[in-house]
Design a protein around this ligand. Structure first.
Ligand SMILES: [Zn+2]
Length: 87
């Protein structure tokens, strides 16, 4: 049986899921927060760091959420923008 690693924290997981149970729950919770944020503001010009500070969701998760929902294009992201943040 192939062992997979959680895409988020790297622990081995014994299923076909991409994330371990802990991370899946955290991501689900964060996605719920972000969905509520975007539903209430309808403001898509906020920067990732602004959204992060408003919601308390880490920038990398905000970024993934926006890419997955086609709010931003991953190829146009400023790769260096979070390089100095302690995440
Ligand atoms: Zn994990």
């Amino acid at each position: 049986m192939e062992l997979k690693k959680c895409k988020n924290c790297g622990v081995f997981i014994n299923s076909n899921a991409d994330y371990c149970t802990t991370c899946a729950n955290t991501l689900y919770y964060n996605n719920t927060i972000l969905k509520g944020y975007f539903d209430s503001t309808r403001e898509f010009s906020d920067s990732i760091s602004t959204i992060s500070s408003h919601t308390g969701v880490s920038p990398s998760i905000v970024e993934n959420y926006m890419v997955e929902n086609n709010m931003i294009d991953s190829s146009t992201l400023e790769k260096t923008s979070f390089a100095n943040l302690p995440y």
